[in-house]
Write a protein that binds this ligand. Sequence first.
Ligand code: PHB
Length: 391
Amino acid sequence: MSTSIRTQVAIVGAGPAGLILSHLLAEAGVESVVIDQRSRDEIESTIRAGILEQGTVDLLTRIDTNTRVHTVGDRHDGIELRLRGEGHRIDFPGLVGRSVWLYPQHEVLKDMLALRLGSGQDLRFNVTASRVDDVDADRPRVVATDADGSELVIEADFVVGADGSRSVVRPAIAGTSRDGYFREYPFAWFGILCEAPASADELIYSNSENGFALISQRSHDVQRMYFQCAPDADPNAMSEAEIWETLQARVPGTALNEGRIFQRDVLRFRSFVARELRHGRAALVGDAAHTVPPTGAKGMNLAIADVMILADALHAMFGENDARLIDAYAETASRRIWKAQNFSWWMTSMLHKLPEHNEFDERRQLGELRSVVESEAGRTYLAEAYTGWTL
Ligand code: PHB
């Protein structure tokens, strides 16, 4: 059995990028079909990133004036960098007039799914794309398999890969799935979710004698925390007591509120940008186009920035028959992507220990951190990048 459908834009992936793109296209009168290999429940329950930049929140507020970002989410006007137990606050509004919001990605997804389905968006779950054909022709096609094993072919005027780091759209654009600019890091984050009240009002990024830890949050009674670990660490090898001991030792100056740990994971650190972000009538956005290490909280925000650029370009292409913005998409998106790559790499390198870390590296790293926290220019750069460059 094979079914064929036709649309203007085929979007592979119903994550934040794919869903927001379908919304912006609909606003511009451009029709799309969104597919995702996951079920709605899986999409809504996978706990991922937590920090939204000012520009992301401005967009979500424009899309839906009743967005729960402002009721369920929490505005954060700063973060703390903690150096050897000594706290330094980065005051975002005071430095750059902007803030960030703590609002988990799966909540953004719940909001966007409800909004898109409520508007009659053609959005199909449990549909797995296997390849994209004919991106050089006028009618590229996404070939997919639905939940019953039947083939679904989506013939479109344009195909967008919003399908994450294992994108199946990427090979149609870049020739291979791996061709790109790449860096792997010799460490990872051990992450936990626990049932406890917050231990501090704002996030703490701590470079301690015992290594790095990040104290983040998810809600009033669920907290997210991380500490640097080996990339091959087994998330189940440590007892809860050992995890708390490790975390407490890395945030000198704060007694962490402990509670039942109900999720643990190891996050690998990678930086990646695909060599090609667009080819013919197909383009990549979000993790399909790039990966950043989590330290700068840039992943989801960068995906949404790509989408804003691409939506304008597709609007011009479909509405005004003007291909200039789509021809410039890779270059325009790359400028922000590489700023975010640099920021994520820089935050990572300032806070983590490399395996060969010696006393020189240690002292130099503290010198670097001090040159940020003790200088208004340094704090301003950090605040500007963390809250997100204006689009
Ligand atoms: C998170 O809460 O998951 C989080 C927050 C800030 C980061 C990275 C991750 O820099």
